[in-house]
Design a protein around this ligand. Structure first.
Ligand code: PLP
Length: 361
């Protein structure tokens, strides 16, 4: 079997060793005579998977004891709605940083619920650079400040996060969670759909401080309250058990790789291979994002015209590359280089780009 050079934006590449481990345990999970999918989520075996997954998240991100680790469903998109449903209550406002496509979707949901203000925006830079956040002024009735750590479509990423004082900082980290170290104490909540950096789709990781759990709105349906999931150890209703199990295997892989510090260096090395080709191409390839805001997860670039970009995608596919076409809303080209994308794939892409330029210059 030949594995593709997989640069998909999400769902995205998983470590081969994780897939092989899952394959080994697929039909018979640890001698249970059944797969994990066929098992009760109330069984001791599944509870152990649930607890070990949580323990790995806590270990890898050094999550303090006053934070809950939750496994939820509905993707990051459901979090966009749950946040204002829980915290944007009467008399409050929610502040958002508008950095592009995903931030925009989160803002839309908040606007459906209550008073939503834009605390900072990079719209005037066509979202190609992250806005400075050192001069934010937040009203005292601000329920939270929301931002998107990595804009998956535009290819921009925050390098640092603001100090928001008493206002909880809530961050959508769907496309860069566990790709670098974090100071969890800085955040009221972080959340991430799993399908980019953590595993398959179907589960959303939420790390939330206990005071925010306690402040969940009691007047919304049970499933939409953070307190419901916190109280029941993410087992209020049937969880996406197979996705949680797969996340556990991915977290074990990250642990074996040496944790998030090692991954940050690894990701930087991988993306430099490709950014260097862009920067040394005499403008043949043009990086979309401002250099200081460049993402270590999604490399977006353009070529002289759409025809050439089409040819690039076509020839790349013939050469075994997958997922290099930019998002349909913005066009251009994009290479998503999440944690599990191997160095060899990035080396191959860098070489392909150099060769393509030589052939078609
Ligand atoms: C992919 C993505 C989402 C949407 O995630 P779903 O799990 O599909 O709802 C939200 N935010 C960011 C930053 C993303 O990359």
């Amino acid at each position: 079997m030949k594995r593709a050079f997989n640069f998909n934006a999400g769902p995205a590449a998983l470590p081969l060793s994780v897939l092989q481990k899952a394959q080994e345990q697929f039909v018979d999970f640890n001698g249970a005579g059944m797969s994990i999918m066929e098992m009760s989520h109330r069984s001791a075996a599944y509870e152990q998977v649930n607890n070990e997954t949580e323990a790995l998240v806590r270990k890898l991100l050094q999550v303090p004891d006053n934070y809950k680790v939750l496994f939820m469903q509905g993707g990051a998109s459901t979090q966009f709605a749950m946040l204002p449903m829980n915290y944007l209550t009467a008399g409050k406002q929610a502040a958002y940083v508008d950095t592009g496509a995903w931030a925009g979707k989160a803002i839309k949901e908040a606007e459906l619920i209550g008073n939503t203000v834009i605390a900072a925006s990079s719209a005037s830079d066509q979202y190609m650079k992250m806005p400075a956040l050192d001069q934010l002024s937040l009203d005292s009735n601000t329920a939270y400040l929301h931002l998107t750590s990595n804009e998956t479509i535009g290819g921009t990423q925050f390098k640092t996060f603001p100090n928001t004082g008493n206002v909880p900082l809530i961050v959508d980290m769907s496309s860069d969670i566990l790709s670098r170290p974090l100071q969890i104490e800085q955040y009221g909540m972080i959340y991430a759909g799993a399908q980019k950096n953590l595993g398959p789709s179907g589960v959303t990781l939420v790390i939330v401080r206990e005071d925010l759990v306690a402040a969940s709105n009691k007047e919304i349906p049970t499933m939409f309250r953070y307190s419901t999931h916190a109280k029941s150890n993410s087992l209020y209703n049937t969880p996406p058990s197979y996705s949680v199990y797969m996340m556990k295997l991915v977290l074990e892989w990250i642990d074996e790789m040496g944790g998030v510090d090692k991954l940050a260096a690894y990701n930087e090395h991988k993306t430099n291979l490709i950014y260097n080709v862009i920067d040394n191409s005499d403008g043949y390839y043009r990086g979309c994002a401002d250099i200081d805001s460049r993402s270590r997860m999604n490399i977006t670039f353009r070529m002289a015209n759409e025809e050439l970009e089409k040819q690039f995608v076509k020839e790349s596919e013939q050469a075994g590359f997958v997922g290099l076409k930019g998002h349909r809303d913005v066009g251009g080209l994009r290479a998503s280089t999440y944690n599990a994308v191997p160095t060899a794939s990035c080396e191959a892409l860098a070489q392909f780009m150099v060769d393509f330029q030589k052939r078609n210059n």
